[in-house]
Design a protein around this ligand. Sequence first.
Ligand code: ZN
Ligand code: ZN
Length: 312
Amino acid sequence: MRIGIHCFTAGSLERAALKAKELGANTFQIFSGSPRMWRMKAPDPEQVARLNQVREKHELTPLAIHDSYLINLASPPSEIREKSIAGFTGEIERAIVIGAEYLVAHPGNYKGLSVEQGLLNVAEALGLAWRGVEPSLAKNSKLTILLENTAGAGAQLGGKLEELWTLRELASPYVGIPIQFCLDTCHCYVAGFDLASPEGFDRFVGHASETLGWEHVPVIHANDARSPLGSHVDRHANIGAGYIGLEGFRRILNHSALREKSFILETPVDEPGDDLRNVTALKELVSPRERSTPKKSSRSGTPAGRTTRRCT
Ligand SMILES: [Zn+2]
Ligand SMILES: [Zn+2]
């Protein structure tokens, strides 16, 4: 099983990988720069080399990069659209240089437009962003873009899985790398998919299979939900402290369709140790035959119940 967590680089890519290792993760996610700034520096080659050494040594794979919060690929012609397209070109280039397997992207917000126009804007923006990628990088890429489902709040695209599929269909001819999907358990739940009940989860597995195909979903963001079913309010909770609950996650982690996926936490760290507790909680929910390491952790699998808002 691949189980990991979003780690903050604090200016050092290597440090993020070491943190993942320290927490007992075998996969992880990072931002490739400050997620709230437009200007981002190219990754330092020495840092990338050190990151790769740590990843190789500890078999930390895959590495996902989450795109900046500022980017809105659905926006209509405007300064923000120009910045978003250029910003996404930068995200792709940095992800390739860093050697990440995945770049996770939120589809965007179509405020003031129709859903259809919003989807067209995103698809066009993905194509334009790809066109801006430096050819030498584009040629040697092993990167896959993952469109992430969202809480579907207001004019947010991606609350419905059909929208993600439409984006892939529209954009793929114009993007030279694969486009697949990342499903976030918290976003699913607050968007109206009842992952907490056995029947609801089964229905969701079938629905995702029909609309996206599980073979196109390599990464799951594993977050419990602080807000109720269908609330469209995106607040992540620690594993077991939200509406999905420990039994919900036990079903999710052990379902035959999801066994090969990489589960990456984006849970709050309110108190020191919350990150370790969440990684440990996921690992302990995996049934013994699915564990990659037979040794059982001595830490408790139940995380603290405190939560804060965090959206990735
Ligand atoms: Zn979120
Ligand atoms: Zn997420």
